[in-house]
Structure formats: structure tokens, C-alpha cells
Design a protein around this ligand. Structure first.
Ligand code: UDP
Length: 325
């Protein structure tokens, strides 16, 4: 298939581009390289462009004539979204509107959207399923809910089918350490802990130890990035086979506490770094775990790397390689 991937040079996008290449798909990546890197493309061709440039986007789509669009390009930092909410609605919501309009103008009718567990806010029930209310507690989550609303409004259109994938905590890296997370600022727990082990930070903060969880720290459902990449391939197949527009959680269905992750990072790296307990971070739900039955049943997806040590080990191998670069 010809597949147009926005944001394909970023962390998750580049793992999906890798998987698409391995399956023999013809890929064009459209990325402004604001946080992505050209070296991360293990297959496909890059068009350097921004989704706000509708003319460039239109000519790229007209020329390539994709059979499907997979849309990653977005800003993803919760705290930044609180400081600059309009930037998030511009980048994540308005730019997606541009993309959907260009798709419609060019009769491109299959769309895979990168959504997030942040659409649920603080869920009433855990594990959270796709029927749960959408109550984002930050502008990042709201900018993604706004796109889901646009998509829902398009659902009756027989010429347009979408799958929205709600990602839980994505972590890990390519098993051969060719690509991985390369953000300028890493706020995510596993990367932050590994960088502390490497000596880039002198300590790791544990944000809050008084949550209503067995060890007092927050619990998250960590999914390996290659398993998440597979979910996109299953979603593309599903749409190719005439599947209806739908929304799926992407997670394993069980979680680890911050303390458990810290212990795993210490064990995998063999480095006993300094850990300090600090106040809660604003906006953190205590427990976020996916009910992932729907994606398993309807798309036939199942995880290959549901092993927290493997997740941490691949991320660690990537981090060490980056130091040598
Ligand atoms: N966390 C932490 N120290 C850090 C980074 C994160 O204690 O340096 C905690 C954070 O408060 C949350 C969990 O680790 O409970 C996962 O955070 P992350 O930023 O990785 O992902 P999020 O769940 O916010 O998307």
C-alpha cells in the first residue's frame, strides 16, 4: 500500500515507518523535523514540511496518491500544553483539520490517528475501556479529544474510515537500537531514569508517594513501541478489509508503579542512582491502565514484548548507543 505518514521521523512514527517498510509498503513521511530526525527513517522518503502549509501538503498528497494516512505529527508535552494551550490546539487540532480537508479534496479515505489515554483524564474505572467518558484534564488531551470529535462527525461518510488509537505509556526502543526516543527534553519516567543512571542528571525525582496505590506511587501501563507499531499495521489491515471507523486503546492491560520502574531500571542498568521523593506532579492520574480487550478481539492484535525488563533494556541499549554517537 502507499501510506502517507505525518510525523514519521519522530519516536513512535519512526518505529511504525520501520514496520511498514518491513512489510513492503511504499511510505512517504511528511515531517517538519521540529522534534523528529531524518536519521530515524529506516524506510520511506521524507518531505520536510509543516501541516500548516496546506499548499505543500496538498501537492504532496496529490503526487503520492496515498491509500491511507497515518497521522503522528503533534506536540506531546502536557506541561507545555498548560503554558501554551493555543499552540497545542493550532498544532494538534487545526493542523489535523487541514490534513482531513486535504484528504477529502483528494479522496483519500483511510486514516489512522494517534490519540492518547490523556483523553480520559482521571478515569472513574480502571482498567479504562473505550466507552469511558472523555474528560481531559490538560490542553494536550483536549487537543486530541477535539480531533476525535471531528472524526466522530465524519463517521457517517461512506468514503472515509478511521481508526483512532489511544496510546498508554509508550516506551522502549528498536531491538537493534537503531532508533529510539530522541527528544531534546525528556520528561518521561523510563527515559529520565535511564539518563540519571547514565549520569546526565544527578537524581531522579519520584513525583508523589501518597497516592492510593499499593506502594503510594502512580501506576501506568507501559507498552513497547514495537507492539504499538504493530497495532497500526493491524488497524491498516482492518480498514483495508472494510472495517468500520472505531477507537481502540493501546496498552497491555496491567501496570507498574513508579517505584517498580525505578527498581527495574536499577536492575537492568546495574547502576544504583540517587532517587528522591518529591511532591506530586500536577495533573497525574493515580492509576492509568488500558482495558485492551477490544483491540485484541476486533483487530487481532496481541503484544510480543509484554515484559518490562525488555522495555527498559531496549531503551537502555538505545541510550548507551546515543552517548557513543
Ligand atoms: N514520574 C516521576 N518522575 C519523573 C518522571 C515521571 O515520578 O522524573 C512519574 C509521573 O509522575 C507519572 C509516571 O512517572 O506518575 C509516568 O510519567 P510519564 O511522564 O512517563 O508519563 P505520563 O503517564 O505522564 O504520560
Amino acid at each position: 500500500m502507499r501510506i502517507f505518514v505525518t510525523g514519521g521521523a519522530g519516536y513512535i512514527g519512526s518505529h511504525v515507518v520501520k514496520a511498514l517498510g518491513e512489510k513492503g509498503h511504499d511510505v512517504v513521511v511528511f515531517d517538519n523535523l521540529s522534534s523528529g530526525n531524518e536519521w530515524a527513517l529506516l524506510s520511506g522518503r521524507l518531505i520536510k514540511g509543516d501541516l500548516c502549509d496546506k499548499a505543500l501538503l496538498g501537492s504532496a498528497i496529490r503526487e503520492f496518491r496515498p491509500e491511507a494516512v497515518v497521522h503522528f505529527a503533534a506536540l506531546i508535552q502536557v506541561e507545555e500544553s498548560v503554558r501554551e494551550p493555543l499552540r497545542y490546539f493550532r498544532n494538534n487540532t487545526a493542523n489535523t483539520l487541514n490534513l482531513l480537508e486535504v484528504m477529502k479534496e483528494n479522496s483519500v479515505g483511510r486514516f489512522i490517528f494517534s490519540s492518547t489515554a490523556a483523553v480520559y483524564g482521571i478515569p472513574e474505572k480502571v482498567p479504562v475501556d473505550e466507552e469511558a467518558a472523555l474528560n481531559p484534564i490538560n490542553p494536550y488531551g483536549a487537543s486530541k479529544v477535539a480531533v476525535e470529535m471531528m472524526l466522530r462527525a465524519l463517521a457517517p461518510d461512506p468514503a472515509f474510515k478511521y481508526v483512532s488509537l489511544r496510546y498508554f505509556n509508550v516506551a522502549g526502543a528498536d531491538g537493534s537500537a537503531r532508533i529510539g526516543q530522541a527528544y531534546k527534553e525528556s520528561t518521561h519516567l523510563i527515559t529520565r531514569a535511564l539518563k540519571t543512571a547514565k549520569g546526565e542528571f544527578d537524581r531522579l525525582s519520584v513525583f508523589g508517594t501518597d497516592y492510593q496505590t499499593p506502594d503510594g506511587t502512580c501506576i501506568r501501563d507501559y507498552i513497547h513501541v514495537d507492539d504499538l507499531a504493530d497495532a497500526h499495521l493491524f488497524a491498516l489491515n482492518y480498514l483495508s478489509e472494510g472495517g468500520k471507523s472505531d477507537v481502540f486503546n493501546c496498552g497491555y492491560g496491567h501496570g507498574y508503579s513508579v517505584r517498580e520502574i525505578v527498581e527495574t531500571v536499577k536492575k537492568v542498568t546495574g547502576i544504583d542512582f540517587k532517587v528522591v521523593e518529591t511532591d506530586r506532579r500536577a495533573g497525574d492520574p493515580p492509576v492509568l491502565i488500558a482495558d485492551s480487550l477490544k483491540i485484541r478481539r476486533k483487530l487481532g492484535w496481541s503484544p510480543r514484548y509484554d515484559n518490562v525488563e525488555y522495555i527498559v533494556r531496549t531503551a537502555w541499549e538505545w541510550e548507551r548507543k546515543r552517548r557513543r554517537k
